[in-house]
Design a protein around this ligand. Structure first.
Ligand SMILES: Cc1ncc(COP(=O)(O)O)c(C=O)c1O
Length: 918
């Protein structure tokens, strides 16, 4: 059904706008044809009217084709000049589709008119190689004033400018916020003094995408205060935008008082040249990629290498007779850029003082951290660095048991006493969710009761989880700091680097939540909130556990320290070569307490020959995210929603597959808003759910339930998606497969995936139809097995007492390092089959694993070193039919400790822990 005839069912205004322009081109072409053939035009004209209505509410937020062009289109339509209308719309749409308007030449509707072509078309073609952006100007201007401003700014353009831009003028606060949300080409905003609060336009047709907010009393404030409120609101939506204030009053007085959000303040009468230069300069600052530039210029210099790395400058390849294809395949540049030099314009990752330091500082700004460190060996290493930097042997670390293996190994190496936290299970899909806050508080309070709170160092959680469950990061930190004011947080954001670049996601990232919390703790209102909290529950240190579990806790602003670390696999969700990761730090005690140990930890895990191509790609990935992250993430979400729509609405696919929703993956008790599908419920509801609910689901991840196919997740991934169609996915469970969209997902790749899924479903349908009774019974049994409840996912059973803390009252933490290294002595270990372990457990014996046992899928350790087998674990393992179980040998069974080993462990004093410290 063409657009304009159906109710709006769009996931983003960007998609709606593009499709509407395409439909308009089609309809106006038909209209012109009908007019020429003197056929009735009423129905077509009605459709064009509807399409113009849709565009009428949104075009004013973009410079191209923009309000002026749009007015001209409306005029041609009203004047029944259908031929010219069709030609103009066709040109506009082509310019949009091909993005040719990015050349920045004022787009002219007459550009293809023959007469115009002959007489006026400029002979010289404009440059089209410069990046293009748009600048929002907020002021209530007449059309003439707007044109004059545009022309004035055009006058300052020079042929060798690095970038080119156009302006979009909006008259009100509401329109400005809408433009910031909708137009991802914006890179800067100029706030002038005269703007209104509410939009003059009827926003009802775009209500599902519009959510402006703003305070009711805005117009009662002074113009400067209004500008400040607008700046704050814009920064919340798009922190990367460069904001400029143009005012008529004394700028010298204002300069010191104004919000830090403004990059510069200008006096209106001083003209626009400085503004124009500043706009270009602001974008140039983000465009800079210091390490990439340094590497590029280094690679152009001739060098004589009397050091390692014969491949540098391609020297060992260009004259080779046998590996020339290496050069053909990779091209020369990559080898020109291979060097082991750390000077001559380059830098050392271990002690950066030049372009690498600058690249990391730019990344810190982009990702909102205080310090950012590049890591060239993935988040697996980033996690170990942070854990080693902060955790001493004997420190207690509560951690999600389903966290990535790098944490288990990192904590083991650090000698931490680990307290495993259980995520809520999703037994129907054999998946885990995330760790509920009440569970975290319960563990912290239990440690407090046991007198061990001073040894609790860090809380370690994964945000978001592989399956897309996202924490309320700010709330978790706030409540934990109420119990333990100096607790350090490590948020594993391996899958969440992109989240920084979307306004709805951003508050749920570690760096934004840390900054917000640090700012809030300084506010007098926060102090008051804390005082009334204490009035109600009494001193928190003396309050009853049950009271504290039931309530939302408020930390003491005088004691709480915001100490937050995030590790991100840039390569997983943004542009970077494989293994490119970053560590972001927002730790108020970093320079005083951590910097030295962090450096040591960084040295421990970082190669002295880090890969420069990875580092350069991190620098460029940061540039891209700073300049087009918002656009790319909007499109990423859009792709995900298209995929969901296609699966759920396709008659054949929906018989076999179903996209799981927020309601499927997050139990209602963690969603007080009760919004089952936040993104589908319009922007305001999306924001509300993400502001309020304990857990939300990242919509860019699509878990498809495939139980009805009778094919298990692993077979679906390997035999169907990969082997037959070359579609790569990673995560599966017994009856689900996870598809992820990223900033690299194209509409064509989504279309291909849908084709593949349809082909699989069609094939299955045909096979089922042809089955004989015996085959059909087998198929039905397979379906039943995948759709019936499986053995419940096992909780963490506990460490054997030999590896427990031994100090203070017993609590669940265990010395995983001792449990791990004890197994280096072969005589302490034996292998037992599943049946033998079951028998012993039934006899009441404690059987203890020497190692991690991790079935894939689901990919989480069911047992860790020192952990006792439970009937629940054994039942779960028995129910598994996954081919891959790490830590379990099909020929021998489980590796477990013999009794003698456990006796020795119990009597030997814990090697590292607190002994060293206390
Ligand atoms: C939650 C989590 N953390 C860390 C990692 C490790 O990241 P990398 O592949 O960058 O080493 C992964 C990898 O899948 C992960 O899922």
């Amino acid at each position: 059904m063409p657009i304009g005839e159906e109710p709006l069912a769009y996931n983003s205004l960007w998609q709606l706008r593009n499709d509407t322009w395409s439909s308009l081109e089609e309809s106006t072409t038909q209209l012109a044809l009908a007019g020429a053939q003197q056929r009735p035009v009423e129905r077509l004209a009605e459709r064009v009217t509807r399409l113009l209505d849709i565009l009428g509410s949104v075009e004013r937020f973009w410079a191209f084709p923009g309000a002026q062009t749009f007015r001209e289109v409306q005029r041609l339509f009203a004047a029944d000049e259908y031929d010219r209308l069709a030609a103009a719309v066709g040109r506009a749409n082509r310019a949009l589709v091909t993005e040719s308007y990015r050349g920045g030449q004022a787009w002219d509707l007459r550009a293809d008119d023959e007469a115009y072509d002959r007489d006026t078309r400029p002979v010289k073609q404009p440059r089209t190689d410069r990046p293009y952006f748009e600048v929002l100007v907020v002021e209530d201007l007449t059309q003439e004033q707007e044109s004059a401003l545009r022309e004035e700014l055009h006058r300052w353009r020079r042929p060798d400018d690095e970038f080119i831009y156009e302006i979009v003028v909006v008259p009100s606060f509401d329109d400005a916020l809408l433009a910031a949300r909708l137009n991802f080409r914006l890179q800067a905003c100029v706030v002038r003094r005269r703007f209104t609060h509410r939009s003059r336009h009827d926003l009802s047709s775009i209500a599902q995408f519009a959510y402006s907010g703003g305070s009711a009393d805005l117009m009662e404030r002074s113009p400067d205060e209004r500008a400040q409120v607008l700046a704050r609101s814009l920064a919340r939506i798009r922190p990367e935008l460069d904001l400029y204030l143009m005012t008529e009053i004394s700028v010298e007085d204002l300069a010191g008082r104004l919000s830090h959000h403004f990059r510069r303040i200008f006096h209106t009468r001083e003209g626009s040249l400085e503004l124009h230069l500043s706009i270009l300069d602001g974008v140039a600052a983000r465009y800079r990629a210091p390490f990439f530039s340094a590497l590029k210029s280094y690679s152009n210099k001739p060098t004589g290498v009397f050091h390692a790395l014969p491949i540098s400058h391609g020297k060992s390849i260009v004259n080779s007779h046998w590996i020339r294809d290496m050069l053909d395949f990779y091209g020369l540049n990559i080898f020109l850029a291979e060097t082991s030099a750390t000077c001559g314009g380059l830098d050392s990752l271990l002690e950066p003082t030049g372009p690498l330091r600058e690249a990391q500082q730019l990344a810190a700004k982009t990702f909102g951290s205080r310090q950012t460190y590049f890591v060239t060996n993935g988040t697996s290493t980033a996690n170990k660095i942070v854990v080693q930097a902060l955790v001493q042997p004997g420190d207690i670390v509560p951690v999600d048991r389903n966290c990535h293996q790098s944490h288990h190994y990192g904590l083991m190496l650090a000698g931490a006493m680990v307290t495993y936290l259980d995520a809520y299970p999703l037994n129907e899909y054999s998946m885990y969710g995330a760790v509920p806050l009440i569970e975290i508080k319960r563990q912290l309070l239990a440690l407090r009761r046991a007198g061990k709170l001073d040894r609790v160092k860090m809380l370690l959680l994964t945000n978001c989880t592989f399956d897309g469950i996202v924490y309320d990061v700010g709330r978790v930190m706030e409540e934990c700091l109420a119990i333990k004011p100096d607790l350090v947080f490590l948020w594993d954001e391996a899958w969440f680097a992109f989240a920084r670049f979307h306004p709805v996601y951003r508050p749920r990232t570690a760096m934004r939540a840390a900054r917000t919390l640090a700012e809030r703790l300084r506010l007098p209102e926060y102090r008051e909130r804390y005082d009334s909290f204490v009035e109600e529950v009494g001193a928190i240190d003396a309050a009853d556990d049950e009271v504290l579990l039931e309530r939302r806790l408020t930390p003491d602003p005088a004691r709480a320290r915001v100490r937050v670390y995030a590790t991100q696999s840039t390569h997983k969700t943004l542009t970077s070569l494989r293994q490119g990761s970053m560590i972001h730090v927002f730790d108020q005690d970093f320079s005083q307490k951590v910097e030295e140990t962090f450096h040591e930890a960084y040295m421990t895990h970082t190669s002295t020959s880090p890969n420069y191509q990875i580092l350069a790609s991190l620098d460029l990935g940061r540039r891209q995210a700073a300049l087009e992250g918002f656009e790319l993430v909007v499109k990423q979400i859009e792709s995900a929603m298209r995929l969901r729509d296609a699966v759920n609405n396709h008659p054949l696919l929906s018989r076999y597959m179903r996209c799981l929703t927020t309601a499927d993956l997050i139990p209602a008790e963690y969603r007080p808003t009760g919004i089952d599908q936040p993104l589908r419920a319009g922007l305001a509801n999306w924001v509300k759910a993400w502001d309020t609910d304990e857990f939300v689901l990242d919509p860019s991840r699509i878990t498809i339930y495939i139980g009805a196919t009778g094919i298990d997740g692993d077979a679906f991934k390997r035999s169907h998606l990969m082997d037959r169609y070359g579609v790569q996915i990673n995560k599966t469970s017994r009856n689900t497969v996870l598809f992820m969209t990223t900033i690299g997902t194209t509409r064509s790749s989504v279309a291909y995936l849908i084709e593949v899924l349809v082909a699989i479903a069609r094939d299955l349908d045909a096979r089922v139809a042809d089955m004989n009774p015996a085959e059909r019974a087998t198929h039905e049994r397979a379906v039943l097995r995948l759709t019936a409840p499986s053995a419940p996912l096992p909780d963490f059973s506990g460490f054997h007492p030999s590896f427990a803390d031994g100090r203070g009252r017993p609590t669940p933490e265990g010395d995983i390092r001792r449990a791990f290294y004890l197994a280096y002595n072969d005589s302490y270990c034996e292998y037992l089959t599943q049946e033998e372990v079951e028998q012993r457990v039934e006899n009441g014996e404690q059987v203890v694993s020497t190692t991690y046992v991790t079935p894939y899928p689901p990919g989480y350790p069911v047992l860790v070193p020192g952990q006792v087998f439970s009937p629940q674990i054994l039942a779960f393992m028995r129910s598994l039919d996954t081919p891959e179980i790490h830590g379990y040998r099909a020929d021998l069974g489980y590796r477990v400790y013999v009794d003698k080993a456990l006796e020795i462990a119990a009597t030997s004093c814990p090697a590292g822990p607190a002994g060293n410290r206390e």
